[in-house]
Design a protein around this ligand. Structure first.
Ligand code: AVI
Length: 315
């Protein structure tokens, strides 16, 4: 008998919704609609990380360049570059300093890379940009074999979306593929007044709610599932003790739905949770410990004026 070939999404939903603690990863938030909703999140006043990182890169990139102190030509390699508006601030400041570099954004989507290249070329016509489409580590491996020093960018606080062991694993892999002298600039959200964090992840406009509910719409569409979205709620909670924001979909009644693609019926109890996202917040001690555990040293933390967020420079 032939076993059907399913997408990663289908496989992960099957696994995640048939275990005791149900889970669908936040990496599946970002279909076309989800990416649009995320843009709206980044524009909300409650979601401070974007504004903080924009401020840091607008005001301190000259300082970042002086701290990096690369004296030869180098590469700026960005993992998961998005729309590039924040990165553009850094690139512009580096160009103003007459730095000689090639900007290499890496994205799995060719379309995202094309759009980014177009935008960057319009804003910074003299920028040497060489986008790469594909897996982070394939590109990383290739670059570490070259002679030029690299500054790696992992911005936006994305590291906070990885579980602790996964974050360690990812950073160890980065480290293994970096050569002596290469540096990593990583956006990390800091622990702060819990109300500020809570509001950023449970906003009064309901945008973060739609961001999570979109997962149900994606499942309905791509897995051909008869999910009734209005039978679910969204719940998000920040725990200042462990620095974790955890987000969930909540089943409002005992219910079942059937996916044609997976040929499976899924069952949910009333009030049962589907965990969707972890968003970790860090103290400086935790940042140092994470760097140390993965073979790095923290060279400097570049903070916004409210000290909500850091772009942490690691060697
Ligand atoms: C992409 N990532 C860093 C965002 C975060 O803050 O964890 C995703 C997000 N989830 C809800 N709001 C924003």
């Amino acid at each position: 008998m032939n076993t059907p070939q399913h997408s990663h999404f289908a496989e992960d939903v099957l696994k995640g919704l048939t275990t005791k603690e149900k889970h669908v990863s936040s990496k599946y938030f970002y279909d076309d609609n989800g990416s649009r909703i995320f843009m709206q999140i980044m524009q909300m006043p409650e979601y401070y990380p974007t504004a903080c990182e924009f401020e840091i890169l607008s005001q301190q990139s000259g300082n970042i360049f002086d701290t990096i102190n690369f004296t030869t030509k180098f590469n700026i390699v960005e993992f998961g570059s998005g729309d590039g508006i924040k990165t553009r601030q850094l690139l512009k400041a580096f160009m103003d300093k007459k730095a000689q570099f090639t900007y290499i954004p890496i994205d799995i989507s060719q379309e995202a890379n094309d759009a980014l290249q177009q935008n960057m070329k319009t804003a910074l016509p003299n920028l040497d940009i060489q986008p790469r489409t594909g897996d982070y580590f394939e590109v990383l491996n290739e670059l570490s074999a070259g002679t030029l020093p690299n500054l790696f960018l992992f911005l936006g606080g994305n590291i906070g979306n990885y579980k602790k062991d996964e974050a360690i694993d990812l950073l160890e892999r980065f480290n293994a593929d970096m050569k002596k002298g290469d540096m990593l600039l990583m956006g990390m959200d800091l622990k702060k007044n819990p109300r500020i964090i809570q509001l950023a992840y449970d906003d009064p406009h309901g945008i973060t709610r739609s961001f999570n509910m979109n997962l149900l719409q994606r499942m309905s569409r791509e897995l051909e599932a008869d999910i009734l979205s209005d039978q679910f709620d969204f719940y998000s909670n920040y725990n200042p003790k462990n620095g974790e924001v955890n987000s969930y979909l909540v089943s409002l009644k005992k219910q079942s739905f059937y996916s044609k693609v997976l040929d499976t019926t899924f069952h949910l109890e009333k009030d049962e949770l589907i965990w969707t996202e972890l968003s970790r917040k860090y103290s400086f001690e935790e940042i140092n410990a994470l760097a140390e555990a993965t073979g790095f040293t923290v060279k400097n933390n570049f903070l916004d004026c409210r000290h909500y967020y850091t772009d942490s420079l690691w060697v």
